[in-house]
Design a protein around this ligand. Structure first.
Ligand SMILES: [Zn+2]
Ligand SMILES: [Zn+2]
Length: 398
């Protein structure tokens, strides 16, 4: 079976590379993935797989029905690109300024099309129905997955699998784990308001910079003293703005003798468990409220929940692990891989039905393909698509 699957993957490889490169050159963002969705829908229709379009606004769902089957598994690909300028010089570089497939979703779409082609050829030996899910807007909140689910993408589905190309692992490797694999990724925005004034008369002001600085320092204690050392969490402040400087000019022309009236602070919280998220969120606001109160300042605290944890369930993990092991052997399977504190909207599916997410090695040091997803010079060793297709195909053939 393994040899047969790899043989089919190799046979389709050049076509799938061409599809990936075509999508790569015309990246689309968020829900605006009409061209890419069209390619997916046309590919399924050509295989006589019934297709629904406009699911989750611009998603595509195809159902490969197998006579007599009682179980249905879903395979999911995301289709959207990122609002980043690509800085590679590959011949298939993005033709659209400021947009690029730097997370590999072009490859995910192409691999799922390839998988559909191979499974169609194996149709007579399939034992389960297979649903192909091509979703928009993985990169941008609120995510395409909730919209797909609301439109019925998971109806009658027993299990769902997703893959992601990952250049930090080498082509030919797979990585996954049980339980939480990717983080709940939230953001927060804070306005801390004091009273501005003359910098030489601080006693007549409520200085929001000093209070904000204390807050940023104090919140480090949340991870150190409020989260169990054996649990994982990140709190990062990524924005800290006060004063009147125009950031493009540095501090040239800025009023260095004025205490500003307010400071804006923003950042992200990453957790792997709901209880930890609740605790971190609560403690963030308690620290802020306490410091603001102690110094006579006021604040606003806006906490935005992002994608939920991507959770890998049994029996899907065992199925994925034994399938991956069968394809590449124990030495090329990274299991259990440590969870990653990045976010993925596959998490929404995993909150609904048994699911497993697998990283597919896409790096190749000899070819210089080492840049992580979202890097302006991100690329994949396209050979990884053989392994992506092989895994998805094999999962659907069990
Ligand atoms: Zn991404
Ligand atoms: Zn991605």
């Amino acid at each position: 079976m393994k040899d047969q699957i790899f043989e089919q993957c190799h046979r389709h490889f050049n076509d799938i590379v061409a599809i990936r490169r075509d999508i790569h050159q015309y990246p689309e963002l968020g829900f605006d993935v009409h061209r890419t969705a069209g390619i997916a829908a046309d590919a399924l229709q050509a295989l006589e797989i019934p297709v629904k379009t406009g699911i989750g606004r611009t998603g595509v769902v195809g159902d490969l029905e197998v006579p007599g089957a009682t179980k249905r598994i879903a395979l999911r690909a995301d289709m959207d690109a990122l609002p980043i300028q690509e800085l590679t010089d590959v011949p298939y570089k993005s033709k659209i300024d400021g947009k690029a497939h730097l997370c590999g979703h072009d490859a995910h779409t192409a691999m799922l099309i390839g998988t559909a082609r191979i499974l169609s050829e194996f149709r007579s030996s399939l034992k389960t129905h297979v649903r192909f899910i091509f979703q928009p807007s993985e990169e941008a909140l609120p995510g395409g997955a909730p919209a797909m689910i609301a439109d019925g993408a998971l109806e009658d589905v027993d299990e769902i699998y997703g893959i992601h190309v990952f250049p930090l692992y080498t082509v030919g490797e797979y990585a996954t784990c049980s339980g939480p694999m990717l983080a709940q990724s939230d953001t927060f925005q804070i306005t801390l308001t004091g009273t501005g004034g003359h910098a030489a008369f601080p006693h007549l002001t409520v200085d929001p910079i000093v209070i904000s600085a204390q807050f940023v320092t104090a919140l480090q204690s949340i991870i150190a003293r409020n989260v169990n050392p054996l649990d994982s969490a990140v709190v990062s402040v990524t924005q800290f703005h006060g004063g009147d400087a125009n950031l493009q000019n540095g501090l040239t022309g800025a009023a260095l003798n004025v205490i500003p009236p307010k400071v804006l602070i923003g950042g992200t919280v990453r957790t792997l468990q709901k209880a930890v998220q609740t605790r971190v969120r609560g403690q963030l606001e308690r620290l802020l409220a306490g410091l603001a109160d102690a110094h006579n300042a006021t604040y606003t605290f806006d906490y935005q929940e992002g994608y939920p944890v991507t959770y890998n369930h049994e029996p899907c993990v065992s199925t994925a692990v034994s399938t991956a092991r069968g394809l590449v052997g124990e030495n090329n399977l990274i299991f259990p891989v440590l969870p990653i504190l990045g976010g993925e909207d596959f998490g929404y599916y995993s909150q609904k039905i048994p699911a497993c997410f697998v990283m597919v090695g896409a790096g190749n040091e000899e070819k210089g393909i080492v840049n992580m997803c979202h890097h302006p010079q991100f690329d994949i060793d396209e050979t990884c698509m053989i392994y992506g297709m092989a895994l998805l195909t094999n999962l659907a053939m069990l």
